[in-house]
Design a protein around this ligand. Structure first.
Ligand code: C2E
Ligand code: CA
Ligand code: CA
Length: 549
């Protein structure tokens, strides 16, 4: 049985303690037998009620040593009150043979039966304990088992920490969506096998959460970097789940294995801090160092404030107009999030969105943006209102469905909402992006590629994605007036867009010369400070009235 084998290997102390306890119990049982014998004899023999006392050591033996203990105890107790114990010790009257033989049979039977009961109770307890230490979905030991193993290792050597590696499967949600929950469990089991084989015995792998595994290496023979290098190589080959090859990306945070005082819970916490740092620095692995602490505390604190701010209604959208290049008409606007904190100061998205985009908070935040922008579109006749989506938003089926529902419920016609997606988000998971974009288009939503030209992407996606627009990044607008190559590049990008039947937008247009150049190149829509900065809804209306009255 692997668990028991593991328990014994990891907890040698447990056996010693159990042996001492057994010896003490045997001593106690012997003393009770002797005491009861003496008492029965001294009080006048078996004719009185004292012989019942003999049941105490018999039951105790059954409790401790189960069936064998109960039967042996019953025999010993029965014999002690048997042939040599008189019926009346004062008068010297012996017992009838049948009497003590029946008593032995009764004691032995009772002892054996009680032993059986205790055995059943014990087995039930063992099952429960094992269940509490096992992740029922994958059959791997869970975090309770991990905590226990660490406590034992700590008891053995509190001055030298084991190596603990926390591995997170990057896109488990996507895998679950594509292949089902059972497939994810299958995947986790296969990862366990590969990781353990990669880092060499002795090592144990625990399932820490749905998408996280912890690898425990008590006495690593090489540095964490090298072990993780091996672990990463072990998942380079796709994992076969339900006969579908799945490419798995892992992210690692590690801690420990140094000659220093350590503490089990602290070690687990440090791996998490390291994993957060890995995410923040876009690295596959980070080994814990105290300076990661401050960063992670800052991020956690910021996310906490954003969560509370969202609940307290501290977020609002500002709207930046988009102008038709040919006729100067307002053709729509982009909704951009702002955070008005309690002091009334307006915090721009650059200060909080990078953290939010890496966390689950992006889901409620984007839902807020979609609801607000739809309501705005309903109240104002701005032709198309654009919202920004991140890579994670594209995996959120409900969000995409909600957008469709907003369009339908709000009585907004087709093309009144547009989603801007960066090239980077599409490149990260082209399959998911394509599915999401198709669903958005079916819902009557326009979809445009944001920051076009900066995403190191191939042009392949332009061929296969059903997008409606390209938004050329402001980096290409900056030098339009005095750089011929910038002008040529812009001309080519606009042409690519038009060849594919897409609406081309240029963003970050700050002066008249840039605007004229873009108009001359045939760009369709212009957005930038030259026309207007992002504004509150109130200011947007005043601006609109002033400009187009
Ligand atoms: P983005 O989507 O590229 O948005 C355009 C940014 O450029 C906005 O900054 C806008 O204020 C700024 N901008 C517009 N015209 C000009 C100009 O002429 N010159 C210059 N220098 N800047 C101009 P903002 O509002 O600070 O937003 C920054 C980024 O934050 C956005 O870049 C977008 O990536 C993100 N963001 C904003 N709102 C949301 C949102 O609701 N959801 C998500 N996921 N991201 C958002
Ligand atoms: Ca945008
Ligand atoms: Ca942009």
């Amino acid at each position: 049985m692997p668990l028991e084998h593991g328990l014994r290997r990891w907890f040698p102390r447990l056996r010693l303690r159990r042996r001492v306890l057994d010896l003490v119990t045997v001593g106690l049982i012997a003393a009770l037998f002797a005491g009861a014998t003496v008492l029965v004899y001294a009080t006048g023999g078996t004719k009185l009620a004292w012989p019942y006392l003999m049941l105490v050591p018999v039951l105790l033996a059954a409790a401790r040593f189960r069936v064998v203990g109960g039967i042996l105890g019953g025999l010993v107790g029965g014999l002690l009150l048997g042939p040599f114990m008189p019926l009346d010790s004062h008068a010297g009257i012996a017992q009838e043979t049948l009497n003590w033989i029946v008593r032995i049979a009764f004691y032995t039977g009772l002892g054996g039966f009680t032993g059986l009961l205790f055995l059943a109770i014990h087995r039930e307890g063992v099952h429960r304990e094992r269940d509490a230490r096992i992740d029922s979905d994958s059959g791997l030991p869970n975090k309770v088992a991990l905590a226990e193993a660490l406590r034992e290792l700590h008891a053995e050597d509190p001055a030298h920490s084991p190596l603990l590696i926390l591995a997170r499967v990057r896109d488990l949600a996507g895998i679950v969506e594509a292949a089902g929950v059972a497939a994810a469990d299958e995947l986790v089991r296969e990862l366990e096998r590969r990781l353990r084989a990669a880092v060499g015995e002795p090592a144990r792998v625990y399932r820490f959460s749905a998408s996280e595994l912890v690898l425990l290496k008590p006495r690593p023979d090489r540095p964490a970097d090298e072990l993780i290098e091996l672990a990463m190589r072990s998942v380079e080959e796709p994992v076969e789940v339900r006969s579908i090859p799945v490419h798995v990306e892992l992210m690692f945070g590690s801690a420990g294995s140094g000659a220093a005082e350590w503490e089990p819970r602290e070690l687990i916490r440090q791996t998490r801090v390291a994993l957060v740092a890995a995410g923040e620095h876009h690295r596959a692995h980070v080994h814990y160092a105290p300076e990661h602490e401050r960063e992670s505390a800052r991020t956690v604190e910021l996310l906490g404030r954003v969560r509370r701010g969202l609940a307290a209604g501290e977020f609002e959208l500002h709207y930046q107009p988009k102008i038709g290049a040919r006729n100067g008409a307002a053709v729509g606007c982009e909704a951009l999030i702002r955070w008005r904190d309690r002091s009334g100061a307006l915090i721009p998205p650059g200060r909080f969105m990078p953290g939010v985009e890496r966390s689950a908070l992006i889901d409620p935040l984007t839902r807020f943006v979609v609801a607000e922008a739809s309501a705005f579109a309903h109240r104002n006749d701005a032709r198309t209102v654009s919202v920004n989506f991140t890579a994670r938003n594209l995996l959120d089926r409900e969000l995409v469905a909600a957008l469709g529902a907003q369009l339908a419920e709000g009585g907004l016609g087709n093309d009144r909402l547009e989603v801007e997606i960066t090239e980077g988000a599409i490149v990260r998971d082209p399959g998911a992006a394509r599915a999401a974009i198709e669903r958005l288009r079916e819902a009557g939503c326009r979809v445009s590629i944001d920051d076009f030209g900066t995403g190191y992407s191939s042009f392949e996606y332009l061929r296969v994605l059903p997008i409606t627009g390209l938004k050329i990044d402001r980096a290409f607008v900056r030098d339009l007036e005095h750089d011929q190559r910038a002008l040529d590049l812009m001309a080519s990008m606009i042409q690519i867009g038009h060849t594919l039947g897409l609406e081309v937008v240029a963003e970050g247009v700050e002066d008249r010369a840039q605007y004229e150049a873009l108009r001359w190149l045939g760009c369709d829509v212009i957005q930038g400070f030259h026309f207007a900065k992002p504004m509150t809804e109130h200011d947007y209306r005043s601006w609109h009235e002033r400009e187009f009255a």
